[in-house]
Design a protein around this ligand. Structure first.
Ligand SMILES: Cc1cc2nc3c(=O)[nH]c(=O)nc-3n(C[C@H](O)[C@H](O)[C@H](O)COP(=O)(O)OP(=O)(O)OC[C@H]3O[C@@H](n4cnc5c(N)ncnc54)[C@H](O)[C@@H]3O)c2cc1C
Length: 469
């Protein structure tokens, strides 16, 4: 292993490992420092992948328990084996993280295990956790891809057993009787859904008067109604001011945001999911004078370079949507720029997906954003209840909404609540990436019977001429 590199990447999440691979493909000599014992970052180890493994397993359980009979299939009462379910999740994670190690070998990327600190531009000190002597890597450029961590809440001390972050919620040994989720965002709703389907009573306590902040308000309202129908309880406009864990459970103090009497709630497990914040502690950025914003996100220019020459940053640690695919796109663009090519990521085209059932998927602008920007738009809405494929699979909850510029018809945003919304949204992303109009989508022949026909109908509805409504 050499100590001199063209590029040293700090963090092997979807931002860092993808940047490392792309840079190696372009001929750069790359090392990637990662403090975990496995590659893949938050996403593969304790984020996207294990949560989707549990969502998928719990969906199957819920189908067997509640829905297969609707298709004329009697399977009796399904029995849950939490240990086997967790073992499957772990096997999926290990398979994928090992896959990244294989890709590193294939591209001759050195994985340096340990905690990195930038001591000067071009110098990265790596402390192998616990044992061994620190080594210093020298390089032309440094790429910070250290990601994010769960945001703490004063008065709520996480022990990852009774008061957990998403990491603990992915590891529970048994189904909690009552799970209180603090925060009605993506992570809280996904993991709340997992444990609800597996048998918990789930209550979501949210500070705002709505769930999934930042998404299209009317779609979020419909989403909340659907989740409530599934049995998830919501306590909106409420703030948690304290939580105390004991042997028997957790006591929470909750106050109305607008003022009023505090109330006590009890739970077996509390999931703290109020968001994530950039992770830069211990990197030495303050001493180097690297600029950060109020949230602690590292500020970069259009080339992903910080104010200190030769130090770049990508992914969750910089401003923008905190999503794995955004981090990957950042990584590719940054590597290409470093190799003398041009790279760019359009954050307006980054889809956001909540992998509950039904799924919520969104891209581009919301109605609220368009109104605020005084952009005149037309709206086309099509319900899944009028889509033949949705009816054959008994998944008729939700709708597709397309927003298009009133003058040019260019698609400005789309908000889908429904079956496979996370897959469907990519048809709109593609149209938007090519500057497409609602008419372009409406004129395209769509296979029948497919859920995508709903997109065609919503595009037709923008012009007031859906066929099946
Ligand atoms: C429960 C959960 C579910 C999620 N589901 C989704 C989803 O379905 N889809 C989606 O797009 N996003 C999802 N996310 C978000 C996604 O995980 C992040 O957006 C993504 O991982 C960010 O990638 P990154 O490379 O910027 O950082 P990370 O993946 O956080 O990787 C950063 C890495 O840097 C390492 N590191 C940090 N500091 C140092 C240091 N000083 N030295 C060495 N190594 C260091 C960390 O150990 C970590 O491995 C989810 C997150 C959570 C928590």
């Amino acid at each position: 292993m050499s100590d001199t590199y063209d590029l040293v990447v700090i963090g092997a999440g979807p931002g860092g490992y993808v940047a490392a691979i792309r840079a190696a493909q372009l001929g750069l000599k790359v090392a990637c420092v990662e403090k975990r014992s496995a590659l893949g970052g938050t996403c593969l180890n304790v984020g996207c992948i294990p949560s989707k493994a549990l969502l998928n397993a719990s969906e199957k359980f819920s189908e067997a328990e509640h829905h297969l009979a609707d298709f004329g299939i009697q399977v009796g009462k399904p029995k849950l084996d939490v240990k086997a379910l967790m073992a499957r999740k772990t096997a999926i994670v290990t398979g994928l993280t090992d896959g990244i190690a294989f890709l590193f070998k294939k591209h001759k990327i050195d994985w340096v295990q340990g905690t990195a600190k930038i001591t000067a531009p071009g110098k990265v000190e790596v402390a192998p956790d616990g044992k061994g002597k620190a080594q210093t890597l020298s390089c032309e450029r440094i790429l910070i891809a250290t990601g994010s961590e769960s945001t703490p809440l004063p008065g709520v001390e996480v022990d990852e057993k009774k008061i957990v972050t998403s990491t603990g919620a992915l590891e529970l040994a048994k189904v909690p009787g009552h799970l209180i989720v603090i925060g009605g965002g993506v992570i809280g709703l996904e993991l709340g859904s997992v444990w609800k389907r597996l048998g918990s009573k789930v209550t979501v306590v949210e500070f705002l008067d709505r769930i999934v902040p930042g998404t299209d308000a009317d779609t979020a309202k419909r989403f909340q109604r659907v989740l409530a129908k599934q049995g998830i309880e919501f306590k909106l406009s409420s703030k948690v001011t304290g939580a105390k864990a004991s042997k028997t459970g957790v006591k929470l103090t909750v106050e109305p945001v607008k003022g009023g009497d505090a109330e006590e709630m009890t739970a077996d497990v509390v999931l703290l999911a109020i968001g994530r914040r950039p992770l830069t502690a211990g990197l030495g950025l303050e001493a180097l004078g690297v600029e950060m914003d109020k949230r602690g996100a590292v500020l970069v220019d259009a080339d992903f370079e910080t104010n200190v020459k030769g130090i770049f940053a990508i992914g969750d640690v910089i401003p923008g949507p905190m999503l794995a695919h955004k981090a990957e796109e950042d990584g590719v663009a940054a590597a290409e720029i470093m190799a003398g090519q041009s790279g760019h990521v359009d954050y307006n085209l980054v889809p956001g997906i909540v992998y509950t059932w039904p799924e919520l998927a969104t891209v581009g602008q919301t109605e609220e954003q368009l109104k605020e920007a005084r952009i005149e738009y037309r709206k086309g809405v099509f319900p899944f209840s009028a889509n033949s494929r949705a009816r054959t699979v008994l998944d008729t909850e939700g709708q597709i909404k397309i927003l298009a510029d009133a003058k040019t018809d260019k698609i400005l945003g789309a908000h889908i609540l429904g079956p496979d919304a996370g897959t469907l949204i990519h048809e709109i992303c593609m149209a938007m990436a090519f500057g497409g109009s609602a008419e372009d989508v409406a004129r395209m022949c769509h296979g029948h019977p497919t859920l995508n026909e709903g997109i065609k109908e919503a595009a037709l509805a923008v012009d007031g001429r859906p066929i099946h409504m």
